[in-house]
Design a binder for this molecule. Structure first.
Ligand SMILES: NC(=O)c1ccc[n+]([C@@H]2O[C@H](COP(=O)([O-])OP(=O)(O)OC[C@H]3O[C@@H](n4cnc5c(N)ncnc54)[C@H](OP(=O)(O)O)[C@@H]3O)[C@@H](O)[C@H]2O)c1
Length: 311
């Protein structure tokens, strides 16, 4: 039996429940993972709050790190091979907030040895989103980029991936998070009244692209004021309506183009992390049965790093 978090119906934390379930043995093209750490993302909560009733009950948790406990017949993981006991990460899966989970082998990759389980379990959702933001806005060496929400999980990954590309990043954060933005190579600027002028003062030659990980009216308005080419403004957090009204592109992991792009960069991101150029700062870990306490911190909007659940 495995403990597993499910959401019974659309709603807030009150609809989450830890249940005991038999773990399905893996069929062809599947593996079973004994979870060592389950990653936590705002999407775990948002997709329950905003889900359609017919999609419930819903398994919670899109990414994990762990070890293979069973491998289906004639099955290899995405990075090749895969034997019982191997350390792996899995993304994008369903039901990761669990002791053990059976998932498609195509979504399972070898875990870099230098990453902690909590970091590895939190690398790929934020990392592949950041990679897609840079790709869709065509960021190249020498660009000056504005990142809204640079101290968050996606923001910190963006800072590091932009540095690899050779781009300069000005990143919004609260003052208590400025050191995080500095640590990963960005230039912090406080969000709030006067943001547009503060960015203009820092980027006297202009902003080439704006990557919005916050979705506030301020982030959208400042992006529109500073970036001449709307094709180089992308949001992951503004509502569909706000993005449409502003004429800016919104991307989401459930969109087929985004899913295909993000699946395609998982192995590259793991290689980058293995080389030491992509870190995942972890703020705290929680026992699996304390997931709701962790979720409460996450939905507060200032987690200060990634959170992981440890079975
Ligand atoms: N569409 C997609 O595919 C996709 C994928 C991943 C994430 N997302 C969304 O992107 C957002 C960020 O995700 P995440 O995992 O990076 O979140 P996170 O790690 O929880 O970070 C949230 C960040 O928001 C910052 N923040 C809070 N209020 C702000 C404001 N008014 N202005 C500017 N920054 C503010 C916080 O900075 P301080 O603590 O410094 O204040 C914090 O660093 C979430 O809404 C998430 O749902 C979307």
């Amino acid at each position: 039996m495995s403990r597993q978090w499910i959401a019974r119906r659309p709603g807030g934390l009150e609809v989450f429940e830890l249940v005991d379930r038999a773990v399905r043995p893996p069929g062809p093209g599947e593996v079973t993972i004994r979870v060592r750490a389950a990653g936590m993302n705002p999407a775990d909560l948002k997709h329950v709050r905003a889900g359609s009733a017919e999609d419930f009950p819903k398994l919670v948790g899109y990414e994990v790190a762990g070890e293979l406990s069973a491998v289906g017949p004639d099955t290899e993981i995405a990075t090749g091979g895969g034997a019982v006991g191997d350390a792996v990460v899995a993304f994008r899966i369903r039901g990761g907030w669990a002791d053990e989970v059976t998932v498609p082998a195509r979504d399972v990759l070898a875990q870099p040895a230098n990453l902690s389980d909590a970091a590895a379990a939190n690398l790929l959702l934020a990392g592949s989103t950041a990679s897609e933001l840079l790709h869709r806005t065509a960021v190249v060496a020498g660009d000056t980029v504005l990142v809204h929400g640079a101290s968050g999980a996606v923001g910190v990954s963006l800072l590091q991936q932009a540095a690899v590309l050779g781009a300069r990043v000005i990143g919004t954060a609260s003052e208590r998070s400025f050191d995080v933005v500095h640590r990963y190579g960005g230039e912090p600027v406080a969000y709030g009244d006067g943001l547009e002028q503060r960015v203009r003062d820092l980027a006297t030659a202009g902003i080439d692209a704006a990557l919005d990980c916050i979705g506030t009216d301020e982030a959208v308005a400042v992006s529109l004021a500073l970036v001449a080419d709307r094709g180089r403004i992308v949001t992951i957090a503004a509502s569909d309506a706000a993005a449409r009204a502003a004429g800016v592109r919104r991307i989401a992991g459930a969109m087929p183009d985004s899913a295909a792009y993000r699946d395609g960069v998982r192995a590259d991101l793991l290689r980058l992390a293995a080389s030491g150029r992509l870190e995942v700062p972890v703020a705290a870990t929680y026992p699996l049965d304390q997931a709701l306490a962790a979720a409460d911190v996450l939905q507060g909007g200032h987690p200060g790093g990634k959170l992981a659940l440890i079975p």
